[in-house]
Design a protein around this ligand. Structure first.
Ligand SMILES: [Zn+2]
Ligand SMILES: [Zn+2]
Length: 188
């Protein structure tokens, strides 16, 4: 008998892997249908963004394909394949003006039991071969896989660490603080 998996709207990001099986389930989340996905966007905006910048224009969309496998090597494990993209405002690192930034990433990960984490052969490993390909390694705790934490990490790896409002931003004057894109204060 097939177990029922949750709808996108009541999908808990710390998922009980036993709800899944080898038949993949697909989900589409964005900041409007999912609280936990909205929280990731908020964290991005707060990290790159102070209160004076425009809010509410950020977007995040993600598709996840989730399945659970059981084998002799990894025991019960969860495979998640997906992609995420979005946009957010960030302060330009040179002139501090708001700048529109985008990100896009895809990921293939496996959550295996956290007991493997303590084994010496897994100490230095970030990828394993599972479900026919090389996937990034995550751990589930007693059958609970934190998909939110994984997505957060995947997205953050693909954010521009030093956002610029434009490639040729002139920045702020080191002497008087004027925005040199808008005003020539004459200092050098
Ligand atoms: Zn700038
Ligand atoms: Zn100046």
């Amino acid at each position: 008998m097939r177990k029922k998996t949750p709808e996108a709207s009541d999908f808990s990001p710390i998922i009980n892997i036993s709800l899944f099986d080898e038949e993949p389930e697909s989900y589409e989340f964005d900041q409007t249908n999912s609280e936990w996905v909205r929280e990731i966007l908020k964290e991005i905006e707060n990290d790159f963004f102070d209160e004076e910048l425009p809010k509410g224009e950020g977007k995040i969309e993600t598709n996840l394909e989730i399945k659970r496998l059981v084998n002799n090597i990894y025991g019960e494990h969860l495979i998640v394949r997906g992609e995420a993209k979005g946009q957010y405002y960030a302060a330009c690192v040179r002139c501090l003006d708001p700048s529109f930034q985008e990100f896009e990433c895809d990921f293939r990960v496996a959550f295996i039991n956290s007991r493997y984490e303590k084994e010496p052969e897994y100490e230095e490993i970030t990828h394993i071969f599972a479900d026919g390909e090389d996937v990034e390694l995550y751990f589930h705790e007693k059958g609970k896989a934190n998909v939110k934490e994984m997505l957060h990490e995947q997205v953050y790896m693909h954010l521009e660490p030093l956002p610029l409002h434009a490639e040729d931003c002139k920045g702020l004057c080191g002497q008087c603080g004027s925005n040199l894109n808008k005003y020539n204060c004459g200092h050098n």
